[in-house]
Design a protein around this ligand. Structure first.
Ligand code: S6P
Ligand code: ZN
Length: 190
């Protein structure tokens, strides 16, 4: 991998970066156990393992000092009344942070610390969100028809810990309420 400076473009409204080294696609089956309405989840999965989100990564060596960048695209949709979302994770190197810049769509970043402190920040075009060290993070798309598209950058040595979140899920969930999206407590987390 070259150590020379480089640039790339994120064209609007198309948003697929002009440079992509890796394209990850995550479907409904990757989110097993995360949606509250398990019966609806199973019914939907039996019909089709639909695409929920995609990540376009720009690769760099995964060492301290480097940054990893990319575009995350969460598609619109719901399982029961819970909006489509990413799996979410802590960074394996817990003391690493992340920056998200929203390019398109509406949604939330659901976050929590290992001690149980929570924060749910709205995302909309133009908004920069800083995820401090130690905060697990998950993006949720609440747009009806549009994708939630964010640009992210984080330390390349951070790594991903998905297991901790997979056990019980995040403490806060984003669901469709009577007057739009609502943040509720996850009853599975005691
Ligand atoms: C990586 C960063 C994003 C997510 C992406 C998908 O630290 O937070 O690139 O990987 O939004 O989410 P997840 O939870 O499946 O990795
Ligand atoms: Zn992350």
């Amino acid at each position: 991998m070259s150590d020379l400076p480089f640039s790339f473009t994120i064209p609007i409204p198309h948003v697929i970066p002009s440079r992509v080294d890796n394209h990850i696609k995550r479907t409904l089956s990757a989110l097993k156990g995360q949606f509250l309405d398990e019966a609806t989840y199973n019914k939907m999965l039996n019909q089709e393992d639909s695409l929920i989100y995609e990540v376009y990564e720009i690769k760099r060596p995964e060492v301290e000092g480097e940054l990893l960048m990319g575009i995350s695209i969460v598609h619109p949709g719901k399982v029961g009344n819970e909006f489509f979302m990413t799996k979410g994770h802590f960074h394996s190197v817990l003391d690493t942070s992340e920056i998200y810049y929203t390019l398109k769509g509406e949604g939330y970043m659901v976050m929590e610390t290992p001690e149980g402190e929570t924060s749910v920040e709205p995302l909309s075009p133009g908004k920069v969100l800083y995820v401090p060290p130690r905060w697990a993070h998950r993006s949720v798309c609440t747009s009806r028809q549009e994708d939630l598209v964010t640009f992210f950058a984080y330390p390349a040595n951070a790594g991903h810990d998905y297991g901790t979140i997979e056990k019980t899920g995040f403490r806060k969930l984003v669901v469709e309420g009577e007057n739009g999206p609502e943040i509720i407590d996850n009853p599975r987390v005691k």
